[in-house]
Design a protein around this ligand. Structure first.
Ligand code: M6R
Length: 610
């Protein structure tokens, strides 16, 4: 949600900042801007829309400057236009600030600053930061102290980078609730809201913590807290390389990420199967093994696609490990007064590890004494650092806004956890063996599904202009129906709903006509016959049925209008397979509609505001 880059060093900052913004464009993309220092002046250029619009205007600032900040925006306060785009300046152009997050008390601060003569140009909450920092600079506070005092005054969330023309060789960055990473190069530093803007320059990074600020010149850095206490930090290594964040010959990141799933799933499993004891090795959980064994209840909290994984995990944990499990939207969990005890385990699932609602839910759970676990993809994200323990997905960077490989890898990791919990409790060695055998086949089975590419593309052509879609599933496939509908809506903008198949007769059946494509996930399981009856109900009302069925199922071919087959596996692993054709269908429909698949309107990859 919004992307920040800052640079100080020997290179030409504007070009480097533009490249960094392009890497972060998936975080937000309605407008962008850059500020650099040119001698004793700050020069700024902004543009509405994509980064390439900004790039075309780059010559209007000093392209030789070696210090600058940049921002790509996802609007929260104020519509996307040049005035509201970042960086923001005070009236004397003394300070420029690029900010992610929300300043909750901006209105009060604005009133105060207006009395001192500040004139506000934008409709954003962020502009107040520039005026406030500038007011401290004018009172002769050094730049880092001006930023620290500003941090003391503001309420809300921020990741910010600050330039000041009075300090042309210094860059300050600060964070609270909005991620910020500092890449350490040779006589240079790159500050960014995530590692994708940094990896091509350096693998060495520092994660800034909440309520900390970092002061940089090209040769050194120092970190302190909002309480003005110096902080010693550790330098960490990023284990990605640049190819992992490039499209590698695919038209879109989403397509690349769909086709990367066999490898990603393999990586999510790698080194984690214990084929002797028929359980899993999850190093990230070893420190909490005893508490996990004693846990009486699991609560899983997440948002969006990650919430769909949570719903599937609920079924898995109850069926395999017999642990009562509940799932709750993080946004709801954080504001109720959930009853949580020390015997509970709260699992937070988040691809980015930065989702504001999930983070707030985690903090609520910690406050109440639960054991907290994080299931995250991005290494070093806030959720993984704040949970007691956790398991990484190892899916590699997911750039497309629509989550694909993170979803299937979440399901893989959750299956590994379910197996571990089950083997700690009631599951037999023989049953564990069966599960491990099935798990090992999954990456190859995903590959087989790609062979249905042609059928899926034909379906996409047939339904490019459908107004609505209905997705139905039962048991483990019900959350898959939700995920299929979400995927279609977010990238094609077609209205779609997911339902438990049996619920259809309680309302949605009224929508069914010959114009309604209905995707039914009807794989072979204990409630297969019931799902077939649901298909009959749709057919009786002339709906067009696209069935996702188990290889070799001949019955379904007679009932549905089109069938996409997936290989057979254990019921709880079916979602990893059954979601693949749904991801592909959404992708192809969105492409045929000419949508911006990787950056759909109004969305952002990482939602770091409420
Ligand atoms: O990074 P997270 O997994 O916490 O993100 C949660 C949701 O914002 C995310 O899954 C969103 O729903 C995606 N756009 C779905 O494709």
């Amino acid at each position: 949600m919004c992307g920040i880059v800052g640079y100080i060093g020997k290179k030409k900052a504007p070009r480097l900042l533009i490249e960094g913004l392009k890497r972060l464009e998936y975080r937000g993309y309605d407008s962008a801007g850059i500020s650099v220092i040119n001698k004793d002046k700050i020069e700024t250029v902004k543009a509405v829309g994509k980064i390439h619009n900004l790039e075309k205007r780059l010559n209007s600032i000093n392209t030789e400057s070696s210090i600058g900040i940049a921002h790509t925006r996802w609007a929260t306060h104020g519509e996307p236009n040049e005035t509201n785009a970042h960086p923001h300046m005070d009236n004397d152009n003394l300070v420029a600030v690029a900010h992610n997050g929300i300043i909750e008390n901006y209105h009060i601060l604005q009133q105060e600053l207006k009395k001192e003569g500040a004139e506000f140009k934008s409709a954003t909450d962020s502009e107040v930061l520039a005026h406030l920092i500038a007011s401290y600079i004018k009172k002769d506070f050094p730049l880092d102290e001006a930023v620290r005092r500003t941090m003391e005054r503001i309420e809300g969330t921020y990741g910010m980078v600050v330039l000041c023309r009075k300090y042309p060789d210094k860059l300050v960055a600060a964070r609270n609730g909005s991620p910020l990473i500092v890449g350490i190069g040779e006589n240079e530093f790159i500050v960014a809201s995530d590692a994708s803007a940094i990896v091509e320059h350096t693998r060495q990074i520092i994660y800034l913590h909440d309520r900390e600020l970092i002061m940089l010149n090209k040769d050194e850095y120092s970190i302190k807290t909002i309480q003005d206490i110096h902080v010693q930090t550790t330098i960490e290594d990023i284990d990605w390389d640049i190819e992992m964040i490039e499209k590698g010959g695919f038209d879109h990141f989403m397509l690349k990420e769909i086709f990367e799933q066999p490898e990603a799933l393999h990586n999510a499993m790698r080194g984690r199967l214990d084929e002797k004891e028929m359980t899993t090795h999850l190093g990230g959980l070893s420190s909490v093994k005893d508490r996990l064994r004693q846990t009486k209840r699991i609560i899983i909290t997440a948002c969006g696609t990650s919430w769909h994984s949570a719903l599937i995990a609920e079924y898995m944990f109850e069926e395999l490990a017999q642990i009562p499990t509940e799932v709750e939207y993080a946004s709801e969990f954080r504001y109720r007064n959930p009853i949580i005890t020390e015997e509970d385990t709260v699992i937070c699932i988040s691809q980015s590890g930065e989702t504001a609602d999930t983070l707030a839910a985690l903090r609520e759970a910690k406050r109440k004494g639960a054991l907290t676990l994080g299931i995250c993809n991005t290494v070093g994200g806030t959720i993984s650092r704040e949970t007691d323990a956790g398991v990484y997905l190892h899916a590699g960077p997911e750039i497309g806004v629509a989550s694909t490989k993170a979803f299937t890898c979440q399901l893989m990791v959750l299956s590994l956890i379910a197996l571990k919990l089950a083997r700690m409790r009631n599951m037999s060695h023989i049953q564990g063996d069966k599960i491990i055998t099935a798990l090992k086949k999954i990456p190859f089975q995903v590959k087989e599904i790609f062979e249905s590419d042609k059928i899926i593309q034909e379906l996409a052509q047939r339904f490019t202009y459908a107004q609505n879609f209905l997705y139905l599933g039962r048991g483990y496939n019900f959350p898959v129906a939700l995920e299929g509908a979400l995927k279609l809506k977010e990238i094609s903008y077609i209205h779609a709903e997911g339902y438990p198949a049996a619920e259809m007769k309680h309302g949605p059946i009224a929508l069914i006509s010959e114009n309604m494509p209905v995707v039914v996930i009807a794989t072979k399981n204990s409630i297969y016959e019931k799902v077939v009856s649901n298909i009959e109900e749709v057919k009786a009302r002339k709906g067009y049925v696209i069935a996702i069925a188990t290889d070799g199922d001949k019955t379904i071919a007679k009932k549905a209008d089109k069938v996409i087959y997936i290989p057979e596996t254990l019921s709880f692993l079916v979602p990893i397979l059954s979601v693949i054709p749904l991801q592909m269908l959404s992708y192809y429909i969105a492409v045929l509609k000419g949508r911006n698949v990787d950056q759909p309107r109004n969305l952002a990859k990482s939602v770091t505001v409420e």
